[in-house]
Design a protein around this ligand. Structure first.
Ligand code: GUN
Ligand code: FE
Length: 462
């Protein structure tokens, strides 16, 4: 396990989190008690430190000397860590590079060469280390990662997530057909054996999956043979592990799936008929699904990762998130870096808001998502998508302390606060307005500290 274990901690100040899709709860003057395992053991509003020491510490069996206290200053607040439900760690060096391509030529031009180059361990180590540090510094406490087809490099990503303390799902990417000769699985059998090798490796470093979990990863239907997908479906049944893949991202991709799998009713049916659509399946994009497909996903309790920055960058389309939510499907956010240009979920939150406005401008007024809704998608919604809704994504007794401390003072010095408190003409905003300013103007400079399972995994050096 990791070498830095968590200590008993007491967090004091303002806490903001999603209660439901359209409601943020603001807990001011509050205290959150986190034990050495990283579990929240008590939440008190209206705290008084002397009272905590005299009353709650003894009640919890704590003595004051063993407790690390972290206080949010005026204008700062604790927020749940972000959950990136779809990100390609192996594409990190390409973030921002996509030109005018769309999905299929983007894959051939930029993506396959970059991913293939990460079979070199030294390069994989550099890229994955930077990706983890960069996403942690942007408040991503949980990531569902695609790695590459290389088993040693994929296993290294798992090792590094454990070392740096990021909660992660690690997918060894499967692709045995319609892929370049320099970057493809030799056969369905080798792809399955390689997937099992990564599953075994993760079992050896984190046997109970406290932090790291393998995820079965058929790249997408066009790059997987039917035999491979049947094999991966059977593996899911055997292991009950989660599955991640892409779906209905781009019209040419959908036409390709139709031509490759003419006997299946739809793209969604292709996954369903291979045993790959279930409650533990994360489907990235879902931009162009039919109503019947959404109904099938809902029936199977499949989950959707909305990747708005990516869908705009490589012009895939505008996903209809209000429609999916109204249908009762669970939705989270993904950066989809480097289809998406940014490793930041805060950027995905912002882009989810803007894309919903584009859908609204197309005539569906109710499509617009509120600040509360997009922040829900980036936290509590994402937690449900990765199957950890009872553990992370919001604050509650019995849940784990995956959190970020947000300070608004450092966006060009104009977000309203200095270390001493409110400054002159700024700082007049109410809390809802502060959160709105963070969503639309914030970045990693506002992420002052980040914890996963109680362990401090990032601290901003001013
Ligand atoms: N479809 C298949 N592979 C990929 C990928 O790497 N990124 C995105 N956005 N879509 C894909
Ligand atoms: Fe992707």
């Amino acid at each position: 396990m990791s070498d830095h274990s968590a200590e008993k901690s007491l967090f004091l100040g303002s806490f903001i989190h999603s209660k439901s899709l359209d409601e943020l709860e603001y807990l001011h003057d509050s205290a959150v008690f986190v034990d050495e395992k990283g579990t929240i053991v008590a939440i008190e509003t209206g705290y008084d430190l002397t009272k905590a020491e005299k009353m709650l510490f003894p009640k919890l069996g704590w003595s004051a000397e063993d407790v690390t206290i972290k206080t949010a200053k005026a204008g700062q607040f604790f927020f749940p860590g972000f959950i990136d439900t779809h990100i390609h760690a192996s594409q990190y060096p390409n973030a921002g590079i996509f030109g005018k391509t769309t999905l299929l030529d983007w894959l051939n031009t930029y993506t396959f060469p970059m991913e293939s180059s990460l079979s070199v361990q030294s390069k994989a180590k550099t890229v994955y280390t930077r990706c983890i540090q960069r996403t942690l510094s942007n408040g991503t406490t949980t990531a569902s990662y695609y790695a590459t087809i290389s088993v040693p490099s994929t296993n290294l990503l798992a090792d590094l997530c454990l070392q740096y303390g990021q909660r992660a799902f690690i997918g060894r990417c499967c692709m045995d057909t319609l892929s370049p000769d320099f970057y493809r699985d030799e056969s369905p059998a080798t792809a399955l054996a390689d997937t099992r090798a990564t599953i075994s490796h993760i079992a050896s470093i984190d046997p109970t999956h406290t932090l790291i979990t393998p995820i079965i990863t058929p790249r997408f239907a066009p790059s997987c043979s039917s035999e491979l997908m049947h094999g991966l479906g059977a593996l899911q049944k055997e292991t009950n592990l989660p599955v991640q893949t892409h779906i209905a991202e781009n019209p040419k991709e959908i036409a390709l799936v139709k031509s490759l799998f003419p006997e299946h009713e739809s793209y969604t049916h292709v996954y369903d008929n291979h045993g790959l659509l279930g409650p533990k399946t994360i489907l990235a994009h879902a931009v162009h699904l039919s109503e019947a497909e959404v109904d099938l996903i809902k029936e199977r309790e499949g989950k959707i990762s909305h990747c708005p920055a990516s869908n705009s960058a490589i012009t895939s389309g505008t996903a209809k998130i209000r429609w999916l939510l109204n249908k009762g499907v669970e939705v989270g956010l993904g950066t989809d870096m480097s289809g998406g240009y940014s490793p930041s979920i805060l950027e995905a939150v912002r882009q989810a808001s803007l894309v919903s406005r584009h859908v609204a401008m197309g005539g569906e007024e109710e499509a617009k998502l509120s600040i509360e809704e997009v922040l829900y998608l980036g936290t509590k919604g994402g937690a449900k998508v990765v199957g950890l809704g009872d553990k992370i994504g919001s604050f509650g007794v019995g849940m784990e302390w995956d959190a970020q401390l947000i300070g608004l003072g450092s966006v060009d010095g104009e977000m309203g606060f200095s270390d001493e408190g409110p400054v002159d003409i700024f700082g007049w905003e109410n809390w809802e307005e502060r959160v709105a300013k963070w969503v639309y103007n914030g970045d990693d400079r506002n992420t002052l500290a980040v914890w996963v399972k109680g362990r401090l995994v990032h601290e901003r050096k001013v």
